[in-house]
Structures are given as structure tokens and as C-alpha cells.
Design a protein around this ligand. Structure first.
Ligand code: ATR
Length: 279
């Protein structure tokens, strides 16, 4: 999606993927800096490892405790730190790293745009309290969800997360259990559904799809997990996590380029790459 965006904007840049062993993350970032990379995306487990390695942390990285986007910055003629893209091609001054997190905002944006949901005042059942589930729960509470029900296979993790949310976002009512009454949205943030033959992350006897209006599965490959297929058959509005992937990417692109991301071109490229779709 980034290469499509750069092509759409006529930028002479490339986005490349590298496998970096966790204990070589530091030298990898230093190497990218030496080679005048504009920025980096990081994925698990580097998102957490990179935190203490950044010269500067954006508020988003500090708040969510993880870095998924790095921007290399140089100093302009006025001595102000700017994205390296804005520095001359022969720039030889100091370069610093700035860490961002674009994941949390992407979750909220995808829920709003892909499901047409108003999150403020909503009631949500969130399945999973791992890395993705934790950020989603905190972001939902920050956004002003009224009631949040957290369910995780390992119950203690959900309980710990409810404690954190009660301290940070006391306006949200949060319970580590299935709700009694209906909700506006169920989110799957577990890895159940990734593998063929996986069952459903939801206990359908305790909470049937009839008690929700919308269902979101963070898994985007397969495009429709058995969980989403069943939710759709029950009449729920459904969306998968491709929007999360897209919006964390558009936000990262905008940090590197300080320009509006060509979102349609990025969405088309992403879907073509992941699903083999022409449009
Ligand atoms: P991610 O970064 O994608 O969130 P993770 O941190 O490993 O990955 O979290 C995986 C989530 O899927 C956890 O909530 C995990 O539950 P546990 O905390 O009990 O491990 C959940 N999960 C994984 N396999 C599961 C299964 N078979 N049934 C229910 N939940 C499962």
C-alpha cells in the first residue's frame, strides 16, 4: 500500500520489508538512519523493544507504550527538526528518530468508517486481552465507550486490564465478563479464526449474535472467519481488520510525508495484495 501511495504521489521512494532478529533491532535502526531512510514500520516484537531506542517519543507512542512507526528527522535551515523528506538530498546534519503509534487511532477509525458506528456512549463486548485487545480496550475507553465487557481465555489478564481502565478512564463502566443485556458491538481481538478449522471466539450459548448490532473481527486473513460468517448470517453488520491495517498505514505515511495519504490507492493496493482483488 505504501508503494502504491508513493507511486500515486510521484515520489521517488520505495517501501521494503526486512526480517530483523530482535537482538539486532538497534543496529538495524542505526543502519536505516545511516542510509537516510525516511522512516520505518515495526511489528511484533519490535514495537515494544523500540520504545527505549527512540531519540524522541510522540505522545501516541508514550500513551500506548509501543512504537509501530519511526520517522527520521533532520534539522532545517531554521534549526527546526523536520521529516527527513523535507531536508535537501545532500543533507549531512544531525538525524534523530521519533517514534509514533498509529495502531490505536486506526482501530477507532476502522470501527467508525467500516461499521458506521458511533463509539461515544456505545456498549462493547471485546474478546481477547492480548497485545491488540489491550490497545483496543484502552482506546475504546479513551474514546468514551459507555460500557465495556472484556472476556479473555486467561481471565486474570482481562481482570488486570479492567483495573487499568478503571484508573485511567473512570467514566467507562468496565467488567471482566460477558454482559447481561445487549451490546452495540462485539470485537474479536483473539487469534481464534486465523487457522483453518478454528472455532468461534464467542460463547454463543452465553451471548448470541441476536444481542448485538455489529461484529468486528480484527483478523483479515481469511477475509471472513467462521465467526464473521455466522454473525452475518444472524443479520449483524460485519467488518474485518483490513481497515485497521489500512488506517495504521495511512497514518504512518502521513507522518513520514507530512502530506495527505492517497487512501483510495492504498486501499486498492492492499486488497489486491491480500485478496487478489482487481478493485
Ligand atoms: P495479539 O498481539 O494479536 O493480540 P497475543 O498478545 O498473543 O496476540 O494475544 C492473543 C489473544 O488471543 C489472547 O487474548 C489469547 O488469550 P490468552 O490471553 O488466554 O492466551 C487469545 N487466544 C489465543 N488462542 C486462543 C484460544 N484457543 N481460545 C481463546 N482465546 C485465545
Amino acid at each position: 500500500m505504501h508503494n502504491a501511495a508513493m507511486a500515486a504521489m510521484g515520489l521517488n521512494c520505495r517501501y521494503l520489508a526486512f526480517d530483523v532478529p530482535p537482538d539486532e533491532l538497534g543496529p538495524a535502526i542505526a543502519g536505516a538512519k545511516a542510509m537516510r531512510f525516511l522512516g520505518l514500520n515495526l511489528t511484533v516484537p519490535h514495537k515494544l523493544l523500540a520504545l527505549p531506542m527512540m531519540d524522541e517519543l510522540d505522545e501516541t507512542a508514550r500513551k500506548w507504550g509501543a512504537v509501530n512507526t519511526v520517522r527520521f528527522e533532520g534539522k532545517n535551515a531554521a534549526g527546526v527538526w523536520v521529516p527527513l523528506l523535507q531536508c535537501p538530498a545532500d543533507y549531512s546534519g544531525p538525524i534523530r528518530t521519533r517514534g509514533f503509534n498509529t495502531d490505536a487511532e486506526a482501530i477507532a477509525r476502522s470501527l467508525r468508517e467500516d461499521l458506521g458506528l458511533q463509539l461515544e456512549g456505545a456498549k462493547v463486548l471485546l474478546l481477547g486481552a492480548g497485545g491488540a485487545g489491550r490497545v483496543a480496550a484502552l482506546k475504546l475507553a479513551e474514546t468514551g465507550v459507555k460500557e465495556l465487557y472484556l472476556f479473555n481465555r486467561t481471565g486474570s489478564k482481562a481482570v488486570e486490564l479492567t483495573r487499568e481502565i478503571r484508573v485511567k478512564y473512570p467514566k467507562t463502566r468496565v467488567e471482566a465478563d460477558y454482559p447481561v443485556s445487549s451490546v452495540d458491538l462485539i470485537i474479536n481481538a483473539t487469534s481464534v479464526g486465523l487457522k483453518p478449522g478454528d472455532g468461534s471466539p464467542l460463547d454463543h450459548l452465553r451471548f448470541p449474535f441476536e444481542k448485538t448490532g455489529a461484529v468486528y473481527d480484527m483478523i483479515y486473513r481469511p477475509a471472513e472467519t467462521p465467526f464473521l460468517v455466522a454473525a452475518k448470517a444472524a443479520g449483524c453488520r460485519v467488518a474485518n481488520g483490513i481497515g485497521m491495517l489500512l488506517y495504521q498505514g495511512t497514518a504512518a505515511f502521513e507522518r513520514w510525508m507530512e502530506a495527505k495519504a492517497p487512501i483510495e490507492a492504498m486501499a486498492r493496493a492492499l486488497k489486491r495484495h491480500i485478496y487478489g482483488q482487481k478493485r
